[in-house]
Design a protein. Structure first.
Length: 386
């Protein structure tokens, strides 16, 4: 007997009673079937409901051979009547995301002729894969109109039209369908074949927000938040804006100008720092004799600074020049310059001795190793005296 899927008749049904028609072991869990269920099985991009059946926790729900199968953490007696309780916050979240996705997908299709070819409700965002590239302005327009549909608070209709009505109806579908088709219609926004659970009215979605857009397989992949997720995202962004504003002594609405000023100032300081370090490197190099090998450890030098320092020193001598700078833990970053010498051989020996990685093109090699500088310095002294 085909089970009665109560989530179609009433997606807001959170409690129900049903008779257990089957219970079989499935590894460390049990596969339970009922004569009626309000638990939505995973499918169509929407995750399964969770909750309880009697004393058993419902961990997952799938459709198998036309039946809804509930994965539980303990067995249930066949023939017993149990109460099912849906995890309502999870169900409501999924309905907000799915209904919002319909509104946005339908709006994008109507405006720009793009189709949603991939959809999944993730733990944090809704993934929507559209089959055509979309500009930021196009996405902003679609988002604006989708939220207008929310504010119009139109009814969301879920129905199984007869064959004649279905044939005369224009609707979205990812593939050709046979047999009964369930259409979800949001007036003025979308009509789509779908078997998921949805809200009763568009206004219940609350808010749709496109969080990101990335090129994907010739189209665009969107990360979207709807309903409570969208509100949480906006709230988080506002809190971050106020926190950043406090650091910059600027109001939240003036953050762009404040950050722009900081960026200009930071660029100017980077130039000044580079000039100061170049002068410092020249002073250090001036102290090197023409036949002197160099091994120095200097603080707070990044890869490019290490390179420029070692090259400046190598202008004064034909012997190896090694400059180190401490990183995290026992890491030492280094640059080696040896004009006319086997710098790659030196690099290999250094890496082998101190579990390092690096290389380069003569006369320069760069990398990092592990060990105390005193040990590295002693090793270099021995190497120089070979």
């Amino acid at each position: 007997m085909k089970d009665d899927r109560l989530y179609y008749a009433d997606p807001f049904l959170a409690r129900f009673t049903a008779r257990v028609t089957g219970c079989e072991p499935a590894g460390e869990t049990w596969a339970v079937t009922l004569d009626a269920t309000a638990f939505y099985p995973e499918g169509g991009g929407q995750p399964a409901d969770t909750g309880t059946l009697g004393e058993a926790r419902v961990l997952d729900v799938h459709e198998r051979e036309g039946r809804v199968v509930h994965t539980t953490d303990r067995p249930l007696p066949v023939g017993e009547t149990v109460e099912g309780v849906i995890d309502w916050s999870r169900r409501l979240d999924h309905m907000e995301q799915h209904t919002g996705e319909h509104i946005l997908s339908g709006t994008l299709h109507r405006l720009f002729g793009t189709d949603n070819v991939g959809f999944h409700i993730g733990a944090d965002t809704v993934r929507m894969d559209m089959d055509k590239p979309l500009t930021p302005d196009q996405l902003a327009e679609a988002e604006r109109l989708a939220n207008e549909t929310i504010r119009r608070d139109v009814p969301v209709d879920c129905a199984w039209p007869d064959a004649a009505t279905l044939a005369a109806t224009e609707y979205r579908s990812k593939k050709a369908l046979e047999g009964p088709v369930r259409l979800v219609t949001v007036p003025g926004a979308d009509c789509c074949a779908c078997c998921g659970t949805h809200l009763a009215r568009s206004g219940q979605v609350g808010l749709i927000k496109i969080l990101s857009a990335q090129p994907y397989k010739g189209g665009v992949r969107l990360a979207v938040a709807c309903g409570g997720r969208a509100f949480a995202w906006v709230q988080d962004q506002a809190e971050q804006a106020h926190a950043i504003g406090a650091l910059l002594s600027a109001p939240a609405e003036g953050l762009y100008q404040a950050v722009e000023r900081q960026a200009v100032q930071a660029a100017r300081l980077r130039v000044q720092l580079a000039e100061a370090r170049n002068a410092w490197f020249s002073l250090l190099a001036a102290q090197i004799g023409p036949d002197e090998a160099v091994c120095q450890c200097l603080p707070d030098l990044a890869g490019d600074d290490l390179r420029r320092c070692a090259l400046a020193m190598a202008e004064r001598t034909d012997r190896p020049c090694a400059v180190f700078s401490p990183g995290e833990g026992d890491t030492l970053h280094y640059a080696l310059v040896w004009k006319g010498g086997d710098v790659n051989g030196l690099c290999r020996e250094l890496n082998a001795e101190f579990d390092g990685r690096g290389g380069g093109r003569p006369p320069l090699a760069q990398g990092s190793l592990h060990g105390e500088y005193a040990r590295v310095e002693a090793w270099f002294a021995e190497f120089f005296n070979k």
